[in-house]
Design a protein around this ligand. Structure first.
Ligand code: 4AD
Ligand code: MG
Length: 458
């Protein structure tokens, strides 16, 4: 693998590599190929002598062709690389017609590449992002396992809208052209696959809470689905969420856990993805490395919702959205707080009860709940979490207030009847964390196959 060569794991000798041509320069006597095999950000320069029996084939190579090369790894006299390869034989697997191959040698826009998402892994930017994504995912697993968490799997098919926001994709096996109806003309869900209305999960939290009540510290990490029809640069219809849930924990513990997890991931990436981070910095012209290092040095700012509103009111900036105690903090507010005011990752806690989901712990003031959002400069909300309401009577009251059928969800409510304990958890949007780490400005560019309104193709 080319990654092993650049990591100096291979001493100069006869080697075989297989990959794709990034660029070719050539003359009648020699050809220089830049080969990338997807294992790291760097390519390997290969020198091919015209003596090669199939040199005519080599001359036809263009960007995107795939091949296997055998040859000698030698110290390179050129600048910018330690090694290069002298080919002794080349086997071409597949040519790529330069007239129709969608990727060109010149810089392509991110919009153009999004239209050609099936080809993105072949570019240097996207292969770097997807390698960082892989590393971030494993770092998250390692963090929780080292902390003694149990990795649990929560269902993707469910009958509970865990956020109570009505933003779920409905699931059915009905023939949509011929939906069974009851006598009074309503959809007859009894005849549907699960015998009741079901959907794709918007969160794994509620089931995570069930498991935490026996397993103590758990986390789930999987795809999550939301039918929010918001065509923004930070919303996907299918995104990945990490959701830890901890028994005997409060909001303070929860804030510490979120901060520790994010910092663990950041230091792992800074240490292990040097070249891939360089590719992102070059592409976006944003020095992510500098702000990531700063996030390791300074604790995240913590500010209550009430203090945040005060800061926003006093800052003198005109916002598009209304600003008053009780309002929903919009992206512009969130970004002002962390980007311009604190210039740091910022945790806002104790939000107005009306703004937040039914399961959050009601504070003694009766007006706020123990919610917390982690906001990142350039992105806004990356984490949303809370201490959970563990008192049955109050939980039922808040469910009623929000029009949620507590009886239908008694499996959830009943936790509070049998050995209830204070507990807390959060959800971190994987793609938003990767946006912050890579400096990419559009969430569609940090997931291989983005699902957004009108786009579920490849
Ligand atoms: O704030 P949210 O809605 O919280 C929950 O779902 C809780 N049940 C989590 C928990 O406490 N276990 O979502 C959590 C995070 C957000 O902060 C955001 O990063 C991400 O999930 N997220 C999205 N990411 C991409 N596209 C979307 N449509 C997203 N919706 C939420
Ligand atoms: Mg949220």
């Amino acid at each position: 693998q080319i990654s092993e060569i650049h990591a100096d794991n291979i001493s100069p000798s006869t080697i075989v590599i297989a990959g794709w041509v990034r660029t070719k320069r050539g003359s009648k006597k020699f050809s220089f190929l830049e080969i990338n095999d997807g294992t790291c950000a760097k390519s390997l320069q290969v020198i091919v002598d015209a003596n090669l029996p199939n040199y005519a084939e080599v001359e036809k190579l263009t960007t995107g062709c795939s091949l296997k090369i055998e040859g000698n790894l030698v110290l390179s006299p050129g600048k910018g690389q330690k090694y290069e390869m002298q080919a002794s034989s080349i086997e071409v697997f597949g040519f790529a017609d330069p007239e129709t191959f969608p990727l060109q040698k010149k810089e392509m826009t991110l919009e153009y590449l999004r239209e050609n998402a099936h080809m993105r892994a072949r570019t240097s930017t996207f292969s770097s992002i997807f390698r960082i994504r892989s590393r971030v995912s494993f770092a998250i697993h390692r963090f929780f396992v080292e902390k003694g968490f149990c990795y649990v799997h929560t269902p993707l098919l469910t009958t509970a809208d865990g956020e109570g926001a009505g933003e779920s994709f409905k699931v059915t096996n009905f023939d949509l052209a011929n939906v069974p109806k009851t006598k009074d003309g309503k959809v007859d869900f009894e005849k549907d696959f699960f015998s009741e209305p079901s959907m794709l999960c918007v969160t794994g939290q509620l089931e995570g809470e069930l498991l935490t009540m026996g397993m103590n510290k758990v986390y789930t990490f999987g795809p999550t689905f939301r039918a929010e029809n918001s065509n923004t640069s930070r919303h996907l219809a299918e995104f990945w969420m990490v959701e830890p849930e901890v028994a005997f924990a409060d909001i303070e513990d929860n804030m510490n856990l979120a901060q520790d997890m994010i910092r663990y991931v950041v230091s792992d990436i800074l240490e292990n993805c040097h070249d891939d981070i360089d590719v992102c910095i070059q592409k976006n012209q944003i020095d992510t490395r500098q702000y990531l290092r700063m996030a390791l040095e300074n604790p995240f700012i913590r500010v209550s919702y009430t203090e945040a509103i005060d800061i926003l009111k006093k800052c003198g900036k005109e916002f598009e959205n209304p600003l008053f105690w009780g309002c929903d903090l919009k992206s512009e507010h969130e970004r002002y707080l962390c980007e311009e005011h604190f210039k740091s990752p910022t945790i806002v806690y104790d939000y107005p009860e009306e703004q937040k989901a039914f399961y959050m712990y009601l504070n003694d003031d009766g007006k706020t709940v123990r919610a917390m959002d982690v906001l990142m400069p350039g992105i806004g909300e990356v984490v949303g979490g809370s201490q959970r309401e563990d008192r049955e009577d109050i939980l039922k009251k808040r469910m009623k207030l929000k029009g949620i059928d507590a009886e239908h969800m008694d499996w959830y409510v009943s936790l509070r009847r049998f050995g209830s304990v204070p507990h807390a958890g959060f959800g971190l949007g994987l793609e938003r964390l990767i946006m912050w780490i890579t400096g990419m400005g559009n969430i569609r560019d940090v997931i291989p196959f983005p699902r957004t309104p009108g786009n579920c193709k490849f």
